[in-house]
Write a protein that binds this ligand. Structure first.
Ligand SMILES: [Zn+2]
Length: 328
């Protein structure tokens, strides 16, 4: 995928690479999720690509492919061990970097060492690296990625050159979302950070799945089970009303599927067909209309600041009533 944003920063680095006047240690700093690490990988490809200067990185030569796959022997990405409780880049990892730099390069124009995030270097590890950071062998390129440059040791900072990345503009963010077929409504909440947009999209998908599971599970249960569901629903979110609206939306989708099933049309929630068959037996056609009225009523109540729990309880009790005469 194409990298979006920070075009002038990237152009400046490309020119420096083409003129072979790169500082040996760059700190890529800027907000979380704006593409600093993605660009560090892109830059590693760019300076090692085997294609013509104006076509780098080509993405298809051996160097480009190996770097993308994480298998290039001369390109090292160092991150904290995810198994460890505290995410630090350790002294052992730092020694590994120093040792690897002594070796002959395999095939790359530049040996590249990416520290992600560089602020995870603890003091001991940083001290092991200092001499190498000061005077690395020729054609060694350090890329230190961080959203917290102030947390880097002064001794590390003084040996490197800062490259500042910023959030994506509205137009860049919009292009990025379009490329991935993602909802443009995410743009404002993401604040110019594709990483944040991905996290939000994942969170929303997860919330929907949770609601769908809870809703399908709650139907046909004794009333107290419904109440505990609506209680946990309204407690669960920062905004109970927002969460309640999600419940209403998922319920509307299930009702639409009930109609679709009765008419032999394809289902949105095909994996819930068994439940939907029961709904169709219990509510098609009149009950569906009544449920839709209940949903509008619940929406009105939420707008009037009725507690989300109360509004949902009434709605779910009605749903249970509609289905009470259909065996599970
Ligand atoms: Zn290439």
């Amino acid at each position: 995928m194409e990298i979006h944003g920070n075009a002038s920063v990237r152009a400046r680095l490309s020119r420096a690479a083409q003129d072979a006047r790169l500082h040996h240690c760059f700190v890529f700093e800027g907000p979380e999720g704006v593409g600093k690490f993605s660009y560090a990988m892109e830059f590693a490809r760019e300076i090692n690509c085997q294609a013509a200067l104006n076509a780098r990185p080509c993405g298809v030569c051996d160097a480009c492919r190996w770097i993308s796959a994480g298998t290039h022997p001369d390109v090292l990405v160092v991150s904290p061990d995810p198994e460890k409780a505290t995410p630090i880049i350790t002294a052992a990892q730092a020694r590994e970097i120093v040792n690897s730099i002594q070796l002959q390069r395999h095939s790359a124009a530049y040996r590249v060492i990416i520290l992600n995030p560089a602020d995870a270097l603890n003091e001991e590890a940083a001290n092991i690296l200092l001499k190498t950071l000061e005077e690395p062998p020729a054609r060694t390129q350090f890329l230190l990625v961080t959203a917290r440059p102030a947390s880097l040791l002064q001794t590390v900072r003084s040996r490197s050159q800062r490259v500042r990345f910023g959030p994506l503009s509205e137009a860049e963010m919009s292009a990025w979302l379009t490329e991935r077929g993602m909802d443009h409504a995410l743009a404002s909440a993401a604040g110019g950070s594709p990483g944040r947009a991905l996290a939000l999209a994942g969170g929303e998908a997860e919330a929907r799945r949770e609601v769908l599971d809870a809703l399908c599970g709650a139907v046909g249960q004794p009333l107290h089970a419904l109440f505990s569901f609506s209680e946990s629903t309204s407690k669960n979110a920062e905004g109970g009303a927002e969460r309640a609206e999600l419940v209403l939306q998922v319920l509307e989708e299930l009702l639409a599927d009930t109609v679709a099933l009765a008419n032999g049309r394809p289902l949105r929630h095909g994996d819930r067909e068994q439940l939907l068959r029961r709904w169709a037996r219990g509510m098609w056609p009149d009950g569906v209309g009544r449920m839709q009225q209940e949903i509008s009523l619940a929406r009105d109540r939420l707008r009037l600041n009725v507690q989300a729990r109360v509004a949902l309880e009434a709605l779910l009790a009605h749903l249970n009533l509609e289905l009470s005469h259909v065996p599970a």
